[in-house]
Design a protein around this ligand. Sequence first.
Ligand code: NAD
Length: 495
Amino acid sequence: MSKPSINWHERAAVLKIDGRPLIGGRRVEGLSGEQFDCISPINGKSLGSVTRGQAADIDAAVASARAAFDDGRWARKPPASRKRVLLKFAELILAAKEELALLETLDMGKPIQYSLSVDVPAAARCIAWYAEAVDKIYDEIAPTGPNALALIQREAMGVIGAIVPWNYPMIMSAWKLGPALAAGNSVVLKPSEKSPLTALRLAELALQAGLPEGVFNVVPGFGHEAGEALALHRDVDAIGFTGSTRVGRKMLEYAGRSNLKRVYNELGGKSAFLVFPDFDDLKRAAQTVAGSMFFNQGESCNAPSRVLVHADIADEFMAMVAAEAPKYTVGDPLDEATVMGALVDEGQLRTVMGYIESGVADGARVLAGAKQTRQASGGYFVEPTVFEAQPQMKIAREEIFGPVMSMMRFKDEADAVAIANDSPYGLQASVWSSHIDRAHRVARALRAGTVHVNQYDEDDMTVPFGGYKQSGNGRDKSLHAFDKYTELKTTWLRI
Ligand code: NAD
């Protein structure tokens, strides 16, 4: 028997929002008393007020994280003990699945079915994965001379500032928390002002799981206030930042102006999807590119927003993709059948519509969508949109971060690679070809942190996620993420 579906509107109506920071193991009042309204993109209405964290709140959170780190209440616990607490944390995330999913959907606008089936499980999986890893990592002994022993060890770094975006609030938080906490650090997390609610609940669940007070603190607020204060703080050892390339640049400046803290940037993208005429299943390629592009309303850093197709098959393939787009029907995010929800806020709606207008003005051909929709709801919705564009057009070069795909023609392999690599970004790319030599050759030539062959969006905790060029300088996920939150120490012993 299938489970009866939940009336999410009824649940939303009785949901209690607590927007206060969590510092030192307790919900506290913001020190400045300032608040902001947390607006739901589903209907433009306020979900409640959230503390507008300021430098003083960040100071309190960093002091609490530092005290927790220095007395070793977490950092000096044996890895197996940290593992137990973090596994419990992952279990509690899953147990709170419905509440977290509802908060995520109300706050950010994504369809409830994906908050339930993707975001919550992925966040829990990430925490559990690092918990499982931490007691299986060994340090090294260098092959030095006979009278010396050189130990090379990884040590927790100290206080980590995590600053995350709004598009996958829980998953992006988990990608920072998993490796940082498992390695023994303390964390101060600043979620996006557009979607702060689930991060605050995660901190409560971590406490409930047995994470000592002060180890994980969350301060909601705006980027130029709480975010800047955290990134400039002299007692923060590293910043794990995910967000735009524009703000990533500032992170490096803040580090230069303060204590040269480590900065790990995971930034924007404009990923290319290359389709060659020898690929034997164009329908699958069309379904894949539409699915990956329109998932999360196109608000994914790795959305394949530049689709390059060989001239010989361009008309056929563009028609196939255009026919896929309307299948991503925009609907009420709280309806379990909805596959495409609301853009995160009115500003994002304006940005996306501005790009659509610029595409039309530049002479790009609309193949699907291009309109705002569901205005009567009061929310911020845009149809899945497909353009045939030219490589130099703004819509084909800049990250739109909405459901807008630019399709372009190429004449041969060299042309395809040149167009794909002609971008300041290098997050992901995809090659579709039935020839193994071509697939390898093109994958090797593409300047991107991840290249998919004949698929897209394959995902696993074991592989790093991050980009070349202005898509960032770090890698989330996988064992490599431990490198970001640990220092390498060499100890020489005379023997
Ligand atoms: P954003 O850069 O505007 O904000 C990200 C975070 O930084 C937010 O918490 C924000 O409050 C904070 N912030 C903003 N200005 C700040 C400042 N001056 N000082 C300190 N903090 C500041 O990005 P966004 O709009 O929230 O997210 C969208 C961007 O994130 C896109 O570019 C997307 O590609 C990128 N992203 C990248 C990845 C990845 O793994 N590479 C994953 C998800 C999103």
